[in-house]
Structures are given as C-alpha cells and as structure tokens.
Design a protein around this ligand. Structure first.
Ligand code: HEM
Length: 380
C-alpha cells in the first residue's frame, strides 16, 4: 500500500491564529513572485466549470455546478489489489479489522468521512468495465487504454521529478520562498477534483447512438494532444477499438504551440484548434522543458454527483504541484478561453473542456514526511 495524507485550509484555519496567524504564516511558504500569497490557497472555479461565476458555461449532459469542498484532510490510498485497498479504506472508516484480524482503527471518532472515491488504473480496464456494463460506446474504447478517453497519460516524459513538485523545487524551477531545512520545504500542493465524463459526446453520438464526424480518431487525437500536426492519423476504421493508437509520445512543443494552433498555423487545412496538451504546455513546464507536476489521477465509475443517480465514467483527478497558484494558472491555460476568443476557435475544436464536468475541487498541502501527522500541532 502507498498512503498519502494532505491537509486542507480548514485544517490550518483550526490552528491558533488560523491561516494568517504567526504559527502558520511564518512557516507556510509563499509564492516567489508574490510574497503576500501562501502556496496553499483555496481551489478556484475553473474557467469551463459550471458555476454562477461562469454564466456562459453549460455542459450538454452533466450540467452540474462545481463545489469547492471544505475538508480538513485528504487521505489517498493506492495498491495493486483492490480488495486490500478496500480493506484499508474500511479500516480507516472504523471497521477495527485488517486482513481479517482485529486491529483498532486509527483515531476513532476524530474524522468524519465526507466521500470515498474509487479510482482504477490498468491497461485495458476501462474497456473491460465498459464491456461488462454494456456501455453504448464500449467498442470504441481502445482495448489497451488505461483511460476512458482512449489515450495513455501520465507518461514519464509528461511528469516532473518529485523535487520539482515540492515547495523548495529543484534547479529547473523554484516557484516559492521555501528552502531546504524549512518546516514545509518538501511539501507539495495536492489538487483533488472529481469529473464526470460525457463519453457519448466525445464520440459525437447521434440520437440513434451512432458515432459522428467529430468523434473520429483524427479529431479526438487533436482534442487530446495537438494539431500542429496531429501526432497520429489512426486506422482506416476510425472508431472500432479506438480507431488508432492509445500510446502516443508526449512531446513539449513550446509555450507558443497553443497560440499557433489557435491561429491555424501548422494545423490541418489551417483550422483554428487547441489541443488539451498544447493548452497545458503554455505554463506546465520549466524554462528547460521539465514538467512542474506529477499527476496521480485515473478513471472512476460511480454515481457521485450524477443528477439522475446513474453510474458514469469519471476522471478522479489529482496532481502534485508546488503551489495552488501554479495549478490555477495551468487549469486556466488548459481551457485557453483567451486564445479561443482572440482567434475564433470554435468550442467544438477546443480541447476536452466540453466533455468534462468538474463537480468538486479542493486544494490540500501534503507536508514533508517528518511532519506528516497533524503538521504544526506540536508547536502549539
Ligand atoms: C478525461 C480528462 C482527461 C484526459 C483523458 C487527459 C489525458 C491526457 C493525456 C493523454 C495527456 C498527454 C500524455 C501525458 O503527458 O501524460 C495529458 C497531459 C496532461 N494533462 Fe490531461 N487529461 C484529462 C484531464 C486533465 C485535467 C482535468 C487536468 C488538470 C489540469 C489535466 C492535466 C494534464 C497535464 C498537467 C498534462 C501534462 C502537460 C505537460 O506536458 O506538461 N488533464 N492529459
């Protein structure tokens, strides 16, 4: 088992003086570019989230407003046997039993659990789940894909070394005031969000359940990666088993790739487009090209926050970054509504935004290992 623990703003607010009191504010790192801001700030509503803040945004099927959660603690548990993971989750929840033996659950009655989210990550698992549940788009998912949308993500080239995601950073990027030896030197900000995926829209289903022209592989690969040029044109049959390869190299095409693409420079037929990857790369990398993030997300399949209570494909998204501000900027660039507006990029040619509905967000601080249990409490 791999366990992670991270603390939200409500935790730090409960300490003497709260977030702005001397205990927390003297030790919490600040943004190198703005010393008035702490690395841990609350998650912001994303530019394409359904929210009163974004009156122009509606999603076709899952029009659920985003909620910024107020949890004290985030516990992430990972393992290679789902029954062991479930056993440990139940133990945290108060089962007083581990592997069939009586073992007292930790800190009884201290925590109230607000949600438990299951994520699974294995090559071919989304297709297997889709087949078993007879989902209407099952045969269009690549049989080897680890993700619902058919492309392998979290590639080695697309994640940073661990140090760069911490507050102290590394030689490629230092974005905060933290230095080695500080209380929160190797802390990292963990963003957790919960997204419902509209797979039928992704394949451009018509009313009869047939995939349409915007759902061909050559379109999907551009929404996912980039158009300058598309990294693959796929198979003659553009739909069956994904219609093309699942694993494509993540190349860094520079911070200007999204703008060129939005202007139609180097794209097929000079169309104005923005890919998910090219939008993110406006700010996701250090000057030397190193990614400043490690994602730890994966598919889910449940009914949390689904308006009609049906079980739907999910993205259980989480990522480690050096500051909340860094994530907010990267998420804004993922949507790139500025480039889309300035260059007349149609909504149906802009990344993944229209297919995904974030229903929950929150930022947490994962402390260095030596302070992982209730950080700062020992100083009160
Ligand atoms: C269902 C929705 C999503 C899918 C299928 C998806 C898929 C992918 C794929 C295939 C890549 C390129 C391969 C790689 O580098 O790992 C990628 C890159 C990335 N995605 Fe997503 N993604 C989704 C949502 C998100 C969300 C909500 C975020 C939040 C910010 C995000 C952040 C990133 C980042 C940071 C990168 C790497 C950028 C870089 O190259 O530096 N993705 N994604």
């Amino acid at each position: 088992m791999f366990t992670f623990i991270a603390y939200g703003i409500p935790y730090f607010a409960k300490l003497p003086g709260g977030l702005t009191g001397p205990l927390v504010s003297a030790r919490m790192p600040r943004l190198a570019a703005d010393h008035s801001r702490l690395v841990l700030e609350e998650a912001v509503v994303g530019p394409t989230d359904v929210s009163p803040q974004n009156p122009g945004i509606t999603k076709r099927r899952f029009n659920v407003p985003v909620q910024v959660e107020q949890n004290d603690v985030l516990i992430t548990i990972r393992g290679d046997d789902s029954s062991y993971v479930a056993d440990v989750v139940r133990w945290f929840g108060g089962s007083n039993s581990l592997a069939g033996r009586a073992v007292a659950s930790p800190v009884p009655r201290l925590l109230t659990f607000t949600s438990s989210r299951a994520m699974f990550q294995q090559m071919g698992l989304p297709r297997y789940v889709a087949d078993r549940n007879q989902l209407p788009f099952a045969k269009f998912i690549h049989p080897h894909s680890p993700m619902w949308m058919g492309f392998g993500d979290q590639q080695v080239q697309g994640s940073g070394p661990a140090e760069i995601t911490t507050c102290a950073g590394n030689s490629s990027a230092r974005l905060t005031t933290a230095v080695a030896g500080d209380y929160f030197d190797s802390a990292s900000v963990q963003h957790l969000s919960h997204l419902i995926l509209d797979m039928e829209q992704f394949f451009d289903f018509d009313a009869a359940g047939n995939p349409g022209p915007d759902g061909v592989f050559t379109e999907r690969v551009q929404y996912m990666f980039r158009s300058t040029p598309p990294p693959s044109l796929g198979n003659p049959d553009q739909y069956t088993d994904g219609g093309g390869p699942s694993f494509l190299e993540t190349t860094f095409a520079g911070t200007g790739d999204a703008e060129n693409s939005a202007k139609g420079i180097g794209t097929p037929e000079n169309q104005h487009r923005i890919g998910h990857l090219s939008g993110l790369q406006r700010s996701s990398r250090a000057a030397d090209g190193t990614p400043i993030h490690i994602r730890m997300d994966g598919p889910g399949f449940d009914n949390l926050d689904v308006p009609d209570g049906s079980i739907q494909p999910k993205l259980q998204f989480t990522v480690f970054v050096p500051s909340a501000d860094f994530f907010a900027t990267m998420r804004r660039n993922q949507a790139s509504l500025d480039l889309a507006a300035a260059n007349a990029v149609p909504e149906q040619d802009n990344g993944l935004e229209r297919f995904i509905t974030a229903t929950r967000r929150q930022n947490f601080l994962a402390p260095p290992r030596r302070h992982r249990a209730f950080p700062l409490l020992e100083l009160t």
